[in-house]
Design a protein around this ligand. Structure first.
Ligand SMILES: NC(=O)c1ccc[n+]([C@@H]2O[C@H](COP(=O)([O-])OP(=O)(O)OC[C@H]3O[C@@H](n4cnc5c(N)ncnc54)[C@H](OP(=O)(O)O)[C@@H]3O)[C@@H](O)[C@H]2O)c1
Length: 288
C-alpha cells in the first residue's frame, strides 16, 4: 500500500479513467470528484467519492482535506452543457487550486496540451494557459503536462477512412506522435513521483499525417486514397467558423485545424502503437 492520498478531478473522462486505474495498480489511496451519484458505478476500486461541481466553489469545499497529491484532467472536450472554456478549464481548475492551497497539499498536476503556451490565441488554450499561469504563480509544487493528441481523438481519421478516402490539408508531411491514455497515465504518475515541473508527452511513433491516414485506411483494408486540400481551405474554414459560430462550436475545430498546420512532436513515451489501436477499433466497430 502506497502512503500517498490522491485526488483525481476529471476521473470520469478518457484520461482520468486510465489515471485512476494506474494509481490503484500502484497502491495509492484514491478519491475521485464526480458530478453525479450515478457516475459512481463507472469505478470498481476507488477509496472515496466526492460529489460536487468544480465550477461551483461552495460545492467542492473540503475536497482536498487529507490529500497529498491532486491530479486534474478537467476540461471541456466534447461536453455540450452550455459552459465555456473560461468557466471550466480556467475557473473550475482555479476553484480546485484554492481548496488545494487552503489544505496545503503537497503537489498539484494539471494536464494542458502540447503547444498550448504557444497558441494562447486559441479559445481553448487561452483558458488552459491562464490556469497554468495561476498554478505556477501560486507557490504550490506543480507539474504541468503537455500531451500530444490522444489516440481516442485520432478516431476522426478512422471515420474518414471507413468511407474510403482521407482528406488532409496541405501536403500531409507535418508530423505528430499521438499517445494512448494508458501510456499517458503512467507518465502522469511517474512525473509526479520524480517532481518534474513541466513536460511534453507523446507516443512512441512519430508519424506524418500521410502515414496516419495510411494506417487508418489499412485498418479498414481499403486502398490508399488520400486527398490533399490546399491550405487556404483550412484557413478559410477557421475564418468562417470564428465569424459565424460560437466558441463552443469553433473551439475544438479551430484547435484541430490549427494544430494540423505544423509539426507536433512531444517527448516519446509508452509502448502502445496507433496502428494496433486502429485495428482493434475497427474490429470493435464491425462487431456492433
Ligand atoms: N483529447 C486530446 O487529444 C487531448 C490532447 C491534449 C490535451 N487534452 C486535454 O486533456 C484533458 C483530458 O482530456 P480527456 O480526453 O480525458 O477529456 P474528457 O474525456 O472529455 O474528460 C474531461 C473531464 O472533465 C470533466 N468536465 C468537463 N466539463 C465539466 C464541467 N462543466 N464540470 C465539471 N467537470 C467537467 C468531465 O466530467 P464529466 O465526465 O462529468 O463530463 C471529465 O471528467 C482535457 O483538458 C483536454 O483538453 C486532450
Amino acid at each position: 500500500m502506497n502512503t500517498k492520498k490522491v485526488l483525481v478531478a476529471g476521473a470520469t473522462g478518457y484520461l482520468g479513467q486510465y489515471l485512476v486505474r494506474e494509481l490503484k495498480n500502484r497502491g495509492y489511496w484514491v478519491r475521485v470528484l464526480i458530478r453525479k451519484e450515478a457516475q459512481k458505478n463507472r469505478f470498481k476500486e476507488v477509496d472515496d467519492f466526492f460529489v460536487g461541481q468544480i465550477t461551483e466553489p461552495n460545492s467542492i469545499k473540503g475536497i482536498t482535506a487529507d490529500i497529498d497529491w491532486v491530479f486534474s484532467t478537467v476540461g471541456i472536450t466534447r461536453q455540450k452543457d452550455g459552459m465555456t472554456y473560461m468557466d471550466v478549464d480556467y475557473q473550475g481548475n482555479s476553484n480546485l487550486l484554492k481548496e488545494a492551497l487552503k489544505d496545503k497539499i503537497e503537489a498539484f498536476q494539471y494536464i494542458s496540451a502540447i503547444n498550448g503556451d504557444k497558441l494562447r490565441q486559441l479559445k481553448i488554450f487561452e483558458a488552459k494557459e491562464q490556469f497554468v499561469d495561476e498554478l505556477k504563480n501560486s507557490g504550490i509544487t506543480y507539474c504541468v503536462l503537455r500531451p500530444n493528441g490522444f489516440f481516442s481523438d485520432m478516431k476522426d481519421f478512422l471515420t474518414m477512412a471507413k468511407a474510403g478516402r482521407v482528406y488532409l490539408f496541405g501536403d500531409g508531411k507535418f508530423k505528430l506522435n499521438p499517445i494512448h491514455g494508458e501510456d499517458l497515465a503512467k507518465v502522469c504518475v511517474e512525473k509526479m513521483i520524480e517532481g518534474v515541473k513541466e513536460e511534453t508527452v507523446g507516443g512512441i511513433d512519430i508519424l506524418t499525417q500521410n502515414e496516419l491516414a495510411e494506417i487508418a485506411l489499412k485498418a479498414w483494408q481499403k486502398p490508399i486514397k488520400i486527398s490533399h486540400l490546399p491550405d487556404w481551405t483550412r484557413r478559410f474554414t477557421i475564418w468562417i467558423l470564428r465569424t459565424f459560430t460560437s466558441s463552443k462550436i469553433y473551439g475544438p475545430i479551430e484547435f484541430f485545424l490549427t494544430a494540423m498546420a505544423f509539426d507536433n512532436i512531444a517527448h516519446q513515451y509508452g509502448t502502445n502503437r496507433l496502428e494496433d489501436f486502429f485495428k482493434s477499433e475497427v474490429k470493435r466497430m464491425k462487431q456492433r
